[in-house]
Each structure stands twice: as C-alpha cells, then as structure tokens.
Design a binder for this molecule. Structure first.
Ligand code: HAM
Length: 417
C-alpha cells in the first residue's frame, strides 16, 4: 500500500462530531448578529496581494512572514489567501458603494490563512467570525461592538476578560513614534533582529513583540496614552462611560497595540488564561483611515474578529459545549418484504421532519441493534416479517427503559415527535 497523504500542516479537518458543535455555535452566532442588526457579507478567499499590503501594513508580521502568496500562472497576477477579513470587507464596501446612504453593519465568517508556527490554538487555516461597522465615527459604536461581545459570551457560557486601549489619532501616533524611536535607540543592544529592522519603519510593531527578551525594554517604553489629543481622549472616555453604564468591566492596557497597522483610537482584546499561550479569543478596534486608504470616500469604521477554534476550546474548558445530537430513529429490518415496508416508513418519517438512519448492509437483528445503539439514535424502529405483514412498526427507546410498543407508522411518528 502506498503512503497515505496527510492534510497540510496547521490545517485541520472538521470531523462530524466537531462540525455539529460548530453548527450549534454558528446558529447562536447568527441569531446574535441578527438581533444586533448586522448583515452577512461573503467575499472571496483569494484577493490581490496589494489589498493586504495596503490595509494591514507592509511592516507587520502578517504581511512580512505569514501570507500565503503565489503567482497565478495563468495570468501572472499575484494573489493571497486572505489572512483576515477586514481588508476584504472594506474593499467590497468601496467596490459596491455600500456606504452611499450611510453606515452599514456587516459580518462575515470563514477560513483565514496565516503561515504561523502551528501550536494549540494557532493554526495555518483557522476560522473567524468578523463584525465590521462601517461609516460610524462615535464612541457609541465602539461600545456597541464590545457590549455585543459580552452578550455573546453569556450565551456561549464563557467569561473572557476585556483589555482596552486607545491608539489616538495620527498626530498622537507621530509624536509617540518619535519618542519610541528615541527610546529604542538608547537600548539598541537589547533589540532583537525584528526590532532593529523595524526601528525606523514601524517602531509600534516592536511594542507588539512576542519575544520575552523584549519585555523589559517594552515596559519602559513611552506610552501612546500620554500623547493623546483632546478629541481622542474624549472619545475614549465616551467608550468607557458606555461600557460602565452597560455593565461591561474592562482593564486598560496601555501596551495593547494590535498587530495590524490600520487601527486608531479604540483597540480591544478579549483574553483568557485558560488556553495557554494563545489566549486572545476576540480582538478588534477602530480603523477610521482604512476606507480612504483603500480608495474610498473617507468614512470611519470599527470592528472585531473572533477565532472560532479558540472560542470552542474555551467553551470546552468551561464545559459549555453541547453534546452532538444523534438521529431520532434508526430503522432495523430483515427480509425483503420488511425492507420494502421500512423504506416507506423511513420516507414518511423524514417527510414529517424526523432524522432517520436506515440500516444498510443486512445482518441479524442483534447486530443491527448494536449499530442502532452506536448511532446514538433516540429510538430504534424494528421491522420484521410480522410488521411487514401487518403494516405496523415496533418502536423501542434506546435511551430510557427497554419498553417497546407496536403501533402503526402514523402513531409512531406522533409518539416520536
Ligand atoms: P487578529 O487579532 O489578527 O485581528 O485576529 C482576530 C482573532 O482571530 C484572534 O484574536 C484569534 O482569536 C484569531 N486568530 C488569529 N490568528 C489565528 C491563528 N493563527 N489560529 C487561530 N486563531 C487565530 C483581525 O484579524 C482583524 N481583522 C480583527 C478586526 C476586525 N479588526 C477590526 N475589524
């Protein structure tokens, strides 16, 4: 036998048990988004590489090291598997002039691709639910986005904590940048390779370094918070007041800068200590410059994305993952006449909305009943020669007791429902 081919490293199969858990999660999420008035957007998984370079920033981990980029040999275009969804959402909004009559509340879900080193909670193909509020500039929308997250955590039975910061406006970041460069220049010997390379191109990214050796020099770095202009300060205070008024507690983390360049003002991360190193389950913030930067009419915007794998892992540690449901019925049957009757019964039950698995492959009643048990069905419907003649079925609970009843199929459907 030849060597079996495995899936690509860092890219996971979703096996049926897991998929059913995901579907339960997705239905909670869809309902939650509907209740907040967000509408779904679906964009392609492939985009022009330039979109991500422009949106996320040339000097970021994602663009420098993590993108799956290739040349389409059929026409020479350079394309990238999307590493995130914000750039695509903004591109689509500009391309289709979605903001012509005011702000839009949008969401999306699907796979994202980053060539990171795989570990628990970090994959090369992972999945996000992303939410983008385009065209709204006030602190009320920042607060809405955060409050709705808190609402979802309650529905999912988890309790991550909220870290909040503000990156101010362009002028504040310019002032901060100058101070940061001066700070790091005094400690050149302590900078790692990335840090030295980014010192003059994107010093804010040094602050975001995951390298523990950089922690002390980053702790001593000048804080953006100290450079805030009045408008950004008032905006940030507005967000905090709304969060407090709506019962959402938060911790201000002046070191929180996010790994993508498009942010300004409010940034936030929902974090947990239950998942080891990959503890951020949801993250986002305001990105008022991005629409214009990608060629649209200037429009403010804010949003966030959550990692589905991480959220489900957190739900698991909280014992909040619902057990996947089996079918309603497993039909066992033996004999030609019984099989014909079984097909009719199955069709009637399915038409009535029941989930019915029909035994395939023959075998004794005993071996078929074993299959019925492992299927996790609620009931077995047993059809032998007697039932085939009378047109009845025997209904046997596989969960409680061993009692069985012999009834006609219509009655069986009533009982099952
Ligand atoms: P991000 O922080 O890069 O932001 O990703 C958001 C979330 O996606 C993370 O907090 C994490 O839960 C999950 N995630 C990221 N990378 C991986 C990975 N390799 N494996 C598993 N999960 C991962 C964004 O993507 C922004 N687009 C969020 C946003 C939307 N900001 C404004 N609007």
């Amino acid at each position: 036998m030849s060597h079996p081919i495995q899936s690509v490293r860092g890219m996971n199969d979703g096996l049926p048990d897991t998929v059913e858990t995901w579907q339960a999660f997705e239905s909670i999420v869809r309902d939650w988004l509907r209740r907040y008035g967000y509408r779904e957007l679906r964009t392609p998984i492939l985009e022009h590489t330039g979109l991500f370079k422009r949106a996320i920033g040339e000097v970021t981990d994602i663009v420098e090291k993590e993108m799956y980029t290739f040349v389409d040999e059929l026409n020479g275009e350079t394309l990238t598997l999307r590493p995130e969804g914000t750039a695509s959402a903004v591109r689509a909004a500009i391309q289709h002039n979605l903001l012509y009559d005011g702000g839009k509340r949008l969401w999306y879900t699907g796979p994202m691709f980053r060539h990171e080193r795989p570990q628990k909670g970090r994959y090369r193909q992972f999945h996000q639910v992303g939410v983008e509020a385009l065209g709204f500039g006030g602190p009320d929308v920042d607060a809405e986005l955060i409050v709705m997250c808190a609402d979802l955590w309650r529905a999912l039975g988890i309790a991550p904590t909220l870290q909040l910061n503000t990156l101010g406006d362009a002028e504040a970041r310019q002032r901060h940048r100058a101070k940061l460069i001066a700070h790091y220049e005094q400690h050149l010997d302590l900078l790692d390779e990335d840090g030295r390379r980014r010192l003059h191109s994107n010093p804010l990214r040094i602050l975001d370094s995951k390298n523990p050796a950089m922690a002390s020099i980053n702790d001593a770095a000048p804080r953006l918070m100290d450079e805030l202009g009045d408008e950004s300060r008032v905006h940030f205070e507005g967000v905090q007041a709304l969060l407090t008024a709506n019962g959402v507690s938060f911790e201000i983390n002046p070191r929180l800068v996010r790994g993508l360049d498009y942010y300004n003002r409010t940034v936030f991360e929902w974090v947990t200590d239950q998942l080891g190193a990959q503890g951020t389950v949801c993250a986002g913030g305001r990105y008022d410059g991005l629409v214009e930067q990608l060629g649209g009419k200037p429009a403010p915007a804010a949003g966030f994305a959550m990692g589905i794998e991480r959220l489900l892992a957190l739900m698991e540690t909280a014992g909040a993952v619902p057990e996947a449901a089996g079918p309603d019925v497993y039909i066992v049957h033996a004999g030609e006449q019984a099989a014909a009757h079984a097909w009719r019964v199955a069709a009637a039950m399915r038409a009535a909305g029941l989930a019915v698995v029909m035994h395939a492959g023959g075998g004794s009643f005993k071996s078929q009943m074993k299959k019925a048990d492992t299927s996790r069905a609620r009931y077995a419907v047993i059809i032998g020669d007697d039932e085939a003649v009378s047109g009845d079925v025997t209904l046997k609970s596989l969960r409680v007791g061993t009692e069985q009843v012999r009834v006609d199929p219509a009655r069986a459907i009533e009982l099952l429902k």
